[in-house]
Write a protein that binds this ligand. Structure first.
Ligand code: FE2
Ligand code: FE2
Length: 194
């Protein structure tokens, strides 16, 4: 079956959708703290999570359009933004980071539960996103989507393939507007996106 993503879904609209559903996470102090930690290659944990949210949303649009399979998009975005909310630099040599691949979903869940009210789908997304490295099967279709999007993004980031820089620029633009760093009231759409 040919990939059928609606034409109106542009990076601009994806950034808007993502920001609307997860602005409390994106704007929080600890959400912004994820920018300080490197995930894969030169990509920060924050950029990685935004990228996973983007591809999860795209995949959910595809499922809805082609197979009429609906997803809880808000849980999908929030789970993506929080799936690596472990808040430390796993590249630093520290005995506690040795099993990072296996343990960070639980560290992320602990931090996310302390800072935000999570539903069952979001908890499952965070906890199971490393499947099959962690041997617990994802329970919801949203968790499966994040599992796949996470691996796709990790692969591209490791091999320095640019898959999300424009979306990240749009999200940072919205952060600057929301925090008052930028004072214009209407975000200009790109001519090619109108
Ligand atoms: Fe992870
Ligand atoms: Fe991840």
């Amino acid at each position: 079956m040919a990939l059928s993503i609606p034409k109106h879904i542009t990076e601009y609209k994806l950034a808007k959708d993502l920001f609307t559903r997860g602005s409390d996470i994106i704007l929080s102090d600890r959400g912004q703290q994820m920018k300080q930690f490197t995930q894969h290659g030169t990509t920060s944990v924050f950029e990685h999570c935004v990228s996973v949210a983007k591809y999860s949303l795209l995949f959910s649009y595809f499922l809805e359009k082609t197979l009429r399979i609906k997803c809880d998009k808000t849980s999908l975005v929030r789970g993506a933004l929080l799936h690596d909310y472990f808040l430390y630099d796993w590249h630093e040599s520290d005995p506690s980071h040795r099993l990072h691949g296996f343990t960070h979903p639980y560290a992320a869940l602990k931090n996310a539960s302390a800072d935000f009210k999570l539903n069952d789908i979001e908890k499952d997304i965070i906890c199971k996103h490393m499947f099959p490295l962690t041997p617990f099967l994802p329970r919801f279709r949203e968790s499966v989507i994040i599992c796949l999007a996470d691996k796709w993004c990790a692969l591209c980031e490791t091999f320095k393939v640019d898959i999300s820089s424009y979306l990240i620029y749009r999200v940072n633009y919205r952060i600057a507007l929301a925090t008052g760093e930028l004072t214009i009231t209407k975000e200009p759409e790109m001519a090619c996106e109108s």
